[in-house]
Design a binder for this molecule. Structure first.
Ligand code: BES
Ligand code: MN
Ligand code: ZN
Length: 513
């Protein structure tokens, strides 16, 4: 009953008004079967090989557009754009044509990218009111889907991290009027995608926070504010509770910091199935500890070392916002890897909650230390049917794969295949690396295991596998994907929110198996 009411607050309000807006955006997006009045810009979505002519265009307009199309060699192929200023016979200042290729074959991620480049084109102008016609797409349901996905791409690109600017650049604030025959289908798709965008924005915001402001308690509190209103059950363990639960490996990483360890648990119980657990690395800053990071460029990025945890929070937010019928629990161990007289020393031995003793061969291999107890917590308290952990874990991963793929490690073919498919759908691509035949690489002379070894990405994975035990498990190493120097595609400059779309999609696919 409560679920039903919440569904109506989230989606029905949207459906009734026909207006949707997101917390992080100042744009408005409307879908209507009626043409928009008073627009200053007209965008037409153009399938390949279709002649560009809307029903209310005069011959003058049609002729001029045809001439411009031929001069620009615009064919409607996917990703093509054409801009025509002051089109004859129309009241708008600009006409923009966007090529779709074959609409039935246009994947979601391509539609999103088309939207992202539309937002770049529009933001480059003084356009305030943008009308978008989908009238050239023959199939109304196809048109509704594509409109929603393109609109979603516009939104993803329009996120800005400007909370520290005294005078921020004005945020994009256009009104978009999408003309679609299947109005409610478009609205419904867009509402779902907007919930996903909200998850991505939350992850970007958390990841972007500087180390000094985004410490463990602040991360947890922000996550609670974002998730609790959606009906997610949020629990935050204090440093004392982390210790009480025996999570000495998690606690150890930030024992030298004024900001001690926390553990965030976010449970979206959208079904009575056995839970799926997402465990994200929430190291809110990585100095390296006494194995100090000495490269100034890389330490300057280490506020993003909480991106795995941010992706988990974002994915839970998206799934809850979409009211998806899955039972999913997000666990985010939170630490700050810093130095003081109380900090762990290289060679120290920590005892994890499951009793494993760990030689800290490097204080800079802190991610696996906090994830070990995060994975234990998920298993011990939720008995999940599967665990996916996600982390900015190793430089070795970036050396192997760059940032085009995240590395995945798993012995479960169903998880590998569903995660690969989720990667294809969202274009947050993953590539499997092997786990077997690395026995011995984390052996310790003095403790049960040590926290580093060679090869580096595998050592991290093997270490985490120890704590996953017999629970079906995958490790996702997303080092490098968290941060973009400049805006590109659907990503704004700064934190990408990488992992939210991948995890949300994977949970849906995997829970159906
Ligand atoms: N957070 C880093 C990994 C990282 C590097 C993320 C670059 C994003 C960009 C991690 O905690 C780390 O320091 N890893 C070490 C492990 C080593 C000391 C075993 C590494 O990869 O060098
Ligand atoms: Mn480190
Ligand atoms: Zn780290």
């Amino acid at each position: 009953m409560r679920m039903f009411k919440l569904v109506c607050i989230g989606v029905c309000a949207l459906l009734i008004s026909g207006v949707a807006s997101a917390q992080y955006l100042q744009t408005t997006t409307r879908f209507s079967s009626q043409p928009a009045q008073g627009a200053d810009s007209l965008v037409v979505l153009v399938p390949a090989g279709v002649s560009v002519q809307l029903s209310d265009w005069s011959q003058v307009t049609t002729d001029q557009v045809a001439r411009a199309i031929s001069a620009a060699e615009f064919t409607g192929e996917t990703g093509q754009q054409m801009l025509l200023l002051a089109p004859a016979g129309l009241s708008v200042d600009r006409l923009i044509l966007l090529g779709l290729g074959e609409p039935a074959e246009l994947p979601r991620h391509r539609a999103e990218t088309i939207g992202a480049s539309l937002s770049v084109m529009i933001n480059d102008t003084h356009a305030a009111t943008v009308a978008i016609s989908t009238g050239l797409i023959a199939d109304a349901d196809q048109a509704a889907r594509i409109a929603a996905e393109v609109a979603h791409g516009v939104d993803l690109r329009n996120y800005r991290f400007d909370r520290y600017k005294s005078e921020p650049d004005p945020r994009p604030a256009q009104s978009f009027y999408w003309q679609v025959a299947a109005e409610s289908a478009a609205l419904e798709s867009y509402a779902l995608l907007s919930a996903l965008a909200e998850g991505v924005f939350t992850a970007r915001e958390l990841t972007n926070l500087p180390g000094g402001d985004g410490f463990p308690a602040a991360f947890a509190e922000y996550a609670r504010q974002q998730l609790a209103p959606l009906g997610v059950e949020v629990t935050i363990l204090t440093p004392e509770q982390v210790l009480e639960q025996g999570m000495g490996s998690l606690y150890g990483v930030s024992q030298g910091s004024q900001h001690k360890a926390h553990l965030l648990v976010a449970h979206w119980k959208g079904s009575d199935d056995q839970a799926i657990a997402l465990v994200g690395k929430g190291n809110t800053f990585d100095t390296g500890g006494y194995n100090l990071k000495t490269d100034s460029a890389s330490i300057l990025q280490m506020q993003t070392d909480k991106a795995g945890g941010a992706a988990v929070v974002g994915a839970i937010k998206a799934l809850a916002g979409q009211r998806v019928a899955v039972n999913v629990v997000g666990v985010v161990p939170l630490s700050q890897n810093a130095i003081s007289g109380e900090a762990i020393l290289p060679g120290d031995v920590l005892t994890a909650a499951d009793g494993t003793t760990i030689e800290v061969a490097s204080t800079d291999a802190e991610g696996r230390l906090i994830l070990a107890d995060g994975i234990w917590y998920a298993r011990h308290h939720y008995n999940p049917r599967a665990i996916a952990d996600i982390a900015t874990l190793t430089g070795a991963k970036t050396t192997a794969l760059g940032t085009a793929y995240s590395a995945i490690f798993t012995n479960q073919p169903e998880i590998r295949d569903s995660l690969s498919l989720a990667g294809e759908i969202t274009q947050e691509l993953v590539w499997p690396l092997p786990l077997d035949n690395y026995s011995g690489i984390i052996n310790s002379r003095i403790a049960d295991i040590r926290n580093s070894g060679t090869p580096g990405a595998q050592a991290g994975a093997i270490f985490l596998q120890h704590f996953a035990g017999d629970t079906p498990w995958v490790h996702i190493d997303m080092a490098g994907e968290a941060l973009a120097d400049s805006a590109s595609g659907i990503s704004a400059a700064g934190a990408t929110g990488h992992g939210v779309r991948l995890l949300a999609e994977w949970v849906k696919l995997f829970s159906d198996q």
